[in-house]
Design a binder for this molecule. Structure first.
Ligand code: S3P
Length: 442
């Protein structure tokens, strides 16, 4: 049988050869690319997005954007959003991307555009009340066409009531959807939220001229008013992707030093690096600057995990700043002597897979000791672990974390259906091959 794309296995082992100091870049930030595309729906005129992430989760938006009259074409260094005729009451299928679906619902509710938003069977089962409830509070008419709380949803009319909404979850997608709806409708809105998670939407819209005032860590106000037209934007490297070669360098110890250049260093995203730095790991930031409203710089890593103390993630801000890196952090913790704890992590239940369950299964396959209790993960590291055959469960973060841990061993690790890394990380194997690993698709 010829296996293609997502279904292909990933094979990973430690490189036999030690590398000199190496610099590389990773694909553009997925979250900022999603937001830039969706902002193109709100503003008039073409938008050039250089450095765009072109993984499956982002390209899932291209079909819906074309149906909404904003076709996306690839350019030598990113994408261009143009203009075309829009469909009436289109059915917009965003595949498996929750970020695309939730924020798109926000934009459509802001514009009062009639449309149906749908996605893959896995996405249909994920929670959409996080977005639909606050948009309904602002007056939007949105109905569930299937089971209550899931996709598909039909947007009938838009938000029109100014006011305050209080979000029940820390999800950045939920907060972004409400903010995008407000900005698209020019509707003054105050949003309260339980914890500050990634804040790219606020930064991008402010950079585009939106009147957004942030009050402490858990409240923001948008005052109405329009955006200035923007012709181009550059997307920095994705810290959630940079984390894999950084981790591969740490577990393989086969590279003198590794620099990942031009990475987004927004502190709502750099949790994995920050907790590792606190644990004594040799990671530092260099050449930090501001670009398009985001902090950008280089991540440099040297050495391994031998002298590190256990990592601890105990508060909601830190958890959200590494929410997508929990499987990777858990696999690193299997190499750190002592017990590392990551929690409260119950929101992982709602990811592409139940990532508390799949992270536990992935680390157990290598012989790691992970226990879960009350939504937290405890990993006791330093015991014997070895190369393994590991299921990806079709989840890109599990696949990439397993292949990265596989770079520790001379024996080969097989990540079954590890090709799902394409969802977010074009160039994954090449990046790990610069970081002391030997990774390829079967
Ligand atoms: C994302 C937010 C997070 C994250 C996801 C991307 C975003 O999800 O896990 O990969 O782009 O806003 P939640 O908002 O559901 O926490």
């Amino acid at each position: 049988m010829v296996r293609q794309g997502q279904e292909r296995d990933l094979l990973a082992q430690r490189s036999a050869r030690r590398r000199a100091a190496t610099t590389l870049t990773v694909a553009g930030d997925k979250s900022i690319t999603h937001r830039a595309l969706l902002c193109a729906l709100i503003q008039d005129g073409p938008l050039e997005i250089s450095g765009a992430n072109l993984g499956g989760a982002v390209s899932a938006l291209f079909g819906p954007m074309a149906m909404l009259g904003r076709p996306v074409s690839t350019t030598p260094n990113g994408v261009r959003v143009g203009d075309a005729a829009a469909g009436t009451r289109p059915v917009l299928d965003v595949g498996g991307s929750s970020a695309a679906a939730r924020m798109l619902i926000g934009v459509l509710a802001g514009q009062g555009r009639k449309a149906i938003v749908d996605g893959s069977p896995q996405l249909r089962a994920r929670p959409f009340s996080w977005v639909v409830d606050p948009l309904r509070e602002l007056g939007a008419s949105i109905s569930y066409l299937g089971p209550e709380g899931g996709l598909p949803v039909s947007i009938g009319s838009g938000v029109y009531r100014p006011g305050r909404v209080r979000l029940s979850v820390g999800s950045a997608q939920a907060r972004s959807a409400v903010l995008m709806a407000a900005v698209a409708a020019r509707l003054p809105v105050e949003i309260e939220y339980p914890v500050l998670s990634r804040d790219h939407t606020e930064r991008l819209l402010s950079w585009m001229g939106a009147d957004i005032v942030r009050d402490g860590g858990t409240r923001l106000r948008y005052g109405g008013g329009s955006l200035r037209p923007v012709g181009s934007i550059a997307i920095p490297g994705d810290p959630s992707l940079a984390a894999y070669p950084v981790a591969a360098a740490l577990v393989s110890e086969q590279v003198e030093s590794l620099t990942i250049a031009d990475v987004c260093l927004n502190s709502t995203r750099t949790g994995i690096f920050d907790v590792l730095i606190r644990a004594g790991v040799g990671i530092r930031y260099e050449a930090v600057r501001e670009d398009y409203g985001e902090s950008v710089g280089n991540v440099v890593v040297q050495g391994g995990l031998d002298g590190a103390v256990p990592v601890e993630v105990a508060d909601a801000f830190t958890f959200h700043s590494l929410i997508d890196e929990v499987p990777l952090l858990a696999s690193l913790a299997t190499c750190i002597r002592g017990t590392s704890t990551i929690g409260p992590a119950h929101e992982l239940t709602f990811k592409e897979t139940d990532r508390i369950v799949t992270t536990a299964a992935m680390t157990a396959a290598f012989g790691g000791q992970l226990v879960t209790a009350a939504g937290s993960l405890s990993v006791t590291g330093g015991g014997p672990i070895a190369a393994a055959t590991v299921d990806s469960f079709g989840d890109h973060r599990i696949a990439m974390s397993a292949a990265t841990l596989g770079c520790r061993f001379h024996d080969r690790t097989t990540v079954v259906a590890g090709g799902c890394h394409r969802t977010s990380f074009p160039g994954f194997a090449e990046a790990l091959n610069h970081a002391g690993g030997e990774v390829r698709e079967a």
